[in-house]
Design a protein around this ligand. Sequence first.
Ligand SMILES: [Zn+2]
Length: 170
Amino acid sequence: MEQERMIECPGCLLRLPDRYLNPDDRFNASGECRELYYEITYYTLSKNDASFIHQHVVDAYAAQHAGGRTRTITTVFALIGLYLATEKGYTGKQVQQAHMKIAEVRKDWPRLEPPAQPAKLTVMDVLLADTDEKKDAMIRMWSESVWETWEHQHVWIRDTTRRMLYGPGT
Ligand SMILES: [Zn+2]
């Protein structure tokens, strides 16, 4: 029997059966990995929850698939979102508001070098959680796991976010 051909996602290193999909055009991701992301976003958007947990999925996925064709602002905003969510306890809704505020203040962003080590969790772990409650908990754990891998940028992200949200000297 022929062995199934696998493809490795360049961002999260998840190995999935190769369906010969085109790589994603916004993230450093295989098309196969992006399909899993769409499945999760379908779930989070359909929740229609006030806290908007969907935002954490967007940020965790973007931060885990930085580099390559990903725009600089996408990576920086994803990390700002993960910082506010994991260290400051922001809800997705609050992160979204912070993003809007920061976007008004600053338009150009540096390219951040992605982490050398991959995060332990991926979009697949969220997908495999079998209840909504477990999925939501896994989304938080995934966010934390991705944020941890970006340790080399933590100081810069914290300082930049603080200055953008509360002004200089804070
Ligand atoms: Zn991936």
